[in-house]
Design a protein. Structure first.
Length: 275
């Protein structure tokens, strides 16, 4: 979007503050709302929200079905289109009650953001996603180097992902105290006050029975953290890579093989846990 409307920017800032502070929405939801509004303003040429009319919505819905996603380059999926329309509907419903807009926005026009019954069904339809086979994962792990601490961390991370199937945001926020290798099978406690779980749910996850070799990789990695690098229970299972400037002044991982762990990865006290 090349144009910006200062009045619209102030309204959008107030709306995102409302979503965060009054509705308790996550940062991911705020980003989705910002993206939906950016797409709508791109269509309208950043016209003042006070000029909102049903004709804008009808035209925008037609345009939305033709927009290509930035990540895939393909037309936006029905679920993305539906979530975009839902975010805009929530925004204009909120806006219709704000001072200066009550007489400008007709509530009945906001209903035009609703997708058709057919499109709504397509958006809710379950889709089978492609995923690598266990043999492919094992081939990947076997090909990974083990020379540096970052190499060993990366291999353990892949093994942990296939053994537990937990979300990536939860995995990178885990501390050593959350992984109990004394249980059979090993237990991962995803406690929402410390682990970034979906909807802040408390989740107990056990290792899948996929082979002792994958389990041993985790045991060796955690043993290295505790005994060789003296990691405490509240230190991360998968510490974030420490980044510095290289000889060419570009940012890169500190991968000196002679360096101790604290020079290669960031401890909990330096940066948040995680990759």
């Amino acid at each position: 979007m090349s144009k910006l409307n200062p009045q619209n920017e102030r309204i959008k800032r107030d709306f995102t503050r409302y979503l965060k502070e009054a509705r308790g929405r996550s940062e991911a939801t705020l980003d989705a709302a910002r993206k939906a509004l950016a797409r709508f303003e791109d269509y309208t040429g950043a016209r003042d929200f006070k000029t909102f009319r049903r004709e804008q919505v009808i035209g925008f819905k037609d345009r939305l079905s033709e927009i290509d996603g930035q990540r895939t380059g393909e037309t936006l999926s029905h679920s993305t289109q539906a979530s975009t329309l839902a975010a805009l509907k929530e925004f204009f419903t909120w806006l219709a009650w704000q001072p200066g807009f009550k007489s400008k926005i007709h509530v009945s026009d906001i209903d035009y953001f609703s997708p058709s019954i057919k499109d709504s069904a397509k958006a809710k339809a379950a889709k089978l996603r492609d995923f690598p086979s266990l043999e492919q994962v094992r081939t990947l792990i076997a090909a990974m180097p083990l020379e540096t601490v970052i190499d060993r961390r990366n291999r353990a991370l892949i093994a942990f992902a296939i053994l537990t199937g937990i979300r990536d945001r939860a995995m990178v926020s885990l501390s050593l105290q959350h992984v109990d290798l004394t249980k059979s099978p090993p237990l991962v406690r995803q406690e929402p006050d410390q682990v970034d779980t979906k909807f802040s749910k408390n989740i107990n996850t056990y290792f899948f029975p996929l082979g002792e070799d994958l389990k041993e990789m985790l045991i060796h990695w955690i043993d290295e953290l505790r005994t060789a690098h003296l990691f405490a229970p509240n230190d991360p299972v998968f510490p974030r890579t420490k980044v510095g400037q290289g000889e060419d002044m570009s940012f890169q991982a500190a991968r000196d093989r002679a360096d101790p762990l604290e020079r290669c990865v960031a401890r909990t006290g330096d940066l948040p846990a995680g990759i």
